[in-house]
Design a protein around this ligand. Structure first.
Ligand code: SGN
Ligand code: CA
Length: 517
C-alpha cells in the first residue's frame, strides 16, 4: 500500500468514526438550546408579525435570521396547561394539567429530563407556575406561582430568595449569569421564562413614560355584540366592563365601582405596589398621577372612557414588552459575543396569545384566533435560512419533539407532536391539516370547549356552562364574527368537520372522545 492510499484510508476512517461515535466528542457538538418564553405575549404586539402597535427589534432578529411560524397554536390557551404541554409534548388530558389549579407531576417524562440524562446541562429560570418544583434541571430559579414584577421573590433550587429589581431584568441577568458560569464541556438547554407581559402589566420604572398619549386604533370588532355566540355573552373579560380601576388602569380610587369579578383587586393592587421601595414608589406615583387626573375628566363620557381604558391597558402592556424585547437582545448579544450563535437553536414563543381588544376582550382562554395562536420564531443558523416563514398548522405539542430531534435524540412514541425540523428542512413535508383544541377552566365566566381548526374553518363546541356549537369560515370572516353553525348551506361541511374532530379526539386519546350532542 503506497503512502497516498494509506492516507486516504486514514482520513476516511477518521470521518467514519466522527460520524458514528456516540462518545463525549460528539456530545460536545450537539447544539445548544435557548428557549425563551414570555407570558401572554400576543403576536399582535411583535413587529415581526404586526408593526401597528410596537417595534420589537430584538425579537424580530430571531425572525429575520430564522423562521416565523404564522399559524402556531396552543392546545389549551392558559398558562400552566401550556407549560405542561411544552415540557411533555402531550395534550393536557395526558400530562394531567388541564387548568391552572393542578399540580404538575414531575415524575413524568419531559424533554428537559431526556436532555439532562443524555449529557446536556439544563437550567430553568423565571416563571414556572406548575406548583411542583422543577425536575430535570441542573439549576432552577423560579418565581413562586405567578410571581411579582417589583423586587420579586424566587425559589432558587428549593430556597426562598428575594431579589431587588425588576422581574424581566432579573430573569435576564440570572440567565446570563448561568450561561457565563455553565460547564462549557457540555451542550446546554436554558429555558428563560419571562413573567411579562402578564396582567397586571407593571412596567419597569424607566419605561413608565413610553407610549404616553398614544392613540392606538380600536380593533374593528371592539364593540362586538356577540350576536349568535352565547359563550362570549357569558364571559367577564371585557376591557370596557371587567377591568379594575386600580389593578388595570392604575388609578387609586377606592370608592370607584369594581365589577364583582374583581373583588380581590383592591387588596392585591396595594400588595403589588407595596413591593416598591419608598424612592421607587415616588417615581411610580409621579408617573401615574397624570392618568388619575385624566380619568376624572373623562369618566362620565362613555365613548371617551372606553378609549381611555383601551389606551391605558395597551400602554402598560406594551411598556412591559419593551423590557422583554431588551432581554431578548441581551441574550442574543451574549450568544454572539461568545461565539455560540451558530450552534445554538433559539426559540421565542409565548405560553399563549392574548386579546388586545379584539371582540372587546383582554386575556385568553377562548379558541378564537388571538388567544389560540401564539408567536413562534426559531433561529438556528446551522439549518434555517433567514426570513423563512410558514403557514403550516403547528402546535405547542411540537416543541418537545423538535428540540429532541435537533439535539439528535429519538422522539419517544408517546409524545404527540411532530418535529418542526421537517418544515425548515423542507424534505417532502407531509403535515397535519387540522389542529385540536380543548380548554377546561370556568374562571372569569369562560365556558369549557373543544374544537378543530383547519386551514380554512374552525368548529367549536362549548359543552359545559352552556351547550353551543360555533362554525367560522376564516377566509371570509377572519375576525370570527359570524357563527355559521345554523346555516343550512354548511350542513355538509359541519358533518365533515365533526368527523375530523372525532378522529383527532381519538388520535390524541382524549377520554372525552365522543361528541357530546
Ligand atoms: C390572574 C390574572 C388573570 C389571568 C390569570 C391566569 N389576574 O388571575 O387576568 O387570566 O391570572 O393567567 S391578575 O390581575 O391577578 O394578574 S395565566 O397566564 O397564569 O394563565
Ligand atoms: Ca399566560
Amino acid at each position: 500500500m503506497n503512502l497516498k492510499v494509506s492516507l486516504i484510508i486514514f482520513f476516511l476512517a477518521v470521518i467514519l468514526v466522527s460520524c458514528t461515535s456516540e462518545g463525549p466528542n460528539n456530545v460536545e457538538k450537539r447544539p445548544n438550546i435557548l428557549f425563551i418564553m414570555s407570558d401572554d405575549h400576543g403576536y399582535q404586539a411583535i413587529s415581526a408579525y404586526n408593526s401597528d402597535l410596537i417595534q420589537t427589534p430584538n425579537i424580530d432578529r430571531i425572525a429575520n435570521e430564522g423562521i416565523k411560524f404564522n399559524k402556531a397554536f396552543v392546545t389549551n390557551s392558559l398558562c400552566a396547561p401550556s407549560r405542561a404541554v411544552i415540557l411533555t409534548g402531550k395534550f393536557s388530558h395526558l400530562n394531567g394539567v388541564t387548568g391552572n389549579g393542578q399540580i404538575f407531576d414531575g415524575k413524568q417524562q419531559t424533554f428537559p429530563k431526556i436532555l439532562q440524562q443524555n449529557g446536556y446541562q439544563t437550567a430553568m429560570i423565571g416563571k414556572w407556575h406548575l406548583k411542583s418544583h422543577p425536575v430535570g434541571f441542573d439549576y432552577w430559579n423560579v418565581l413562586p406561582g405567578q410571581g411579582d414584577y417589583y423586587n420579586p421573590g424566587f425559589i432558587k433550587m428549593g430556597m426562598d430568595t428575594i431579589y431587588k429589581g425588576y422581574v424581566t431584568e432579573l430573569i435576564t441577568k440570572l440567565s446570563k449569569d448561568w450561561l457565563k458560569n455553565r460547564d462549557t464541556s457540555k451542550p446546554f438547554l436554558l429555558m428563560m421564562h419571562q413573567k411579562a407581559p402578564h396582567r397586571n402589566w407593571l412596567p419597569a420604572l424607566k419605561n413608565l413614560e413610553l407610549f404616553d398619549d398614544s392613540d392606538f386604533p380600536l380593533p374593528e370588532n371592539f364593540y362586538d355584540d356577540y350576536e349568535g355566540r352565547e359563550a362570549l355573552k357569558k364571559q367577564m373579560l371585557t376591557v370596557r366592563n371587567h377591568m379594575d380601576i386600580r389593578m388595570d388602569f392604575k388609578v387609586p380610587c377606592d370608592t370607584c365601582d369594581t365589577a364583582s369579578v374583581n373583588s380581590w383587586a383592591p387588596e392585591e393592587y396595594w400588595r403589588r405596589l407595596d413591593r416598591l421601595l419608598p424612592g421607587e414608589r415616588q417615581i411610580w406615583d409621579k408617573n401615574y398621577k397624570k392618568e388619575e387626573l385624566e380619568f376624572y375628566t373623562i369618566k362620565d363620557d362613555e365613548a371617551k372612557f372606553d378609549r381611555w381604558k383601551f389606551r391605558r391597558f395597551l400602554e402598560d402592556y406594551l411598556r412591559c414588552i419593551v423590557s422583554v424585547d431588551e432581554s431578548v437582545g441581551q441574550v442574543l448579544d451574549f450568544l454572539k459575543e461568545n461565539n455560540l450563535e451558530k450552534n445554538t437553536i433559539v426559540i421565542y414563543t409565548s405560553d399563549q396569545g392574548f386579546y388586545l381588544g379584539e371582540h372587546g376582550l383582554f386575556d385568553k382562554r377562548f379558541m378564537y384566533e388571538e388567544a389560540m395562536r401564539t408567536p413562534l420564531l426559531i433561529r438556528f443558523p446551522n439549518e434555517i435560512k433567514g426570513k423563512s416563514q410558514t403557514e403550516l398548522l403547528t402546535q405547542n405539542i411540537d416543541i418537545a419533539p423538535t428540540l429532541l430531534d435537533v439535539a439528535g435524540f429519538p422522539v419517544p412514541d408517546d409524545m404527540q407532536g411532530t418535529s418542526l425540523r421537517k418544515i425548515w428542512k423542507k424534505n417532502n413535508v407531509k403535515w397535519r391539516d387540522a389542529v385540536y383544541y380543548h380548554y377546561y377552566e370556568k374562571g372569569f365566566g369562560a365556558s369549557p370547549h373543544y374544537g378543530i381548526r383547519t386551514k380554512r374553518y374552525k368548529l367549536i363546541h362549548f359543552y359545559d356552562v352552556i351547550d353551543a356549537w360555533e362554525l367560522y369560515d376564516l377566509k371570509t370572516d377572519p375576525h370570527e364574527m359570524h357563527n355559521l353553525y345554523s346555516d343550512p348551506a354548511y350542513e355538509k361541511k359541519i358533518k365533515e368537520l365533526k368527523n375530523k374532530l372525532m378522529d383527532l379526539k381519538s388520535r390524541y386519546k382524549d377520554p372525552q372522545n365522543d361528541l357530546i350532542n
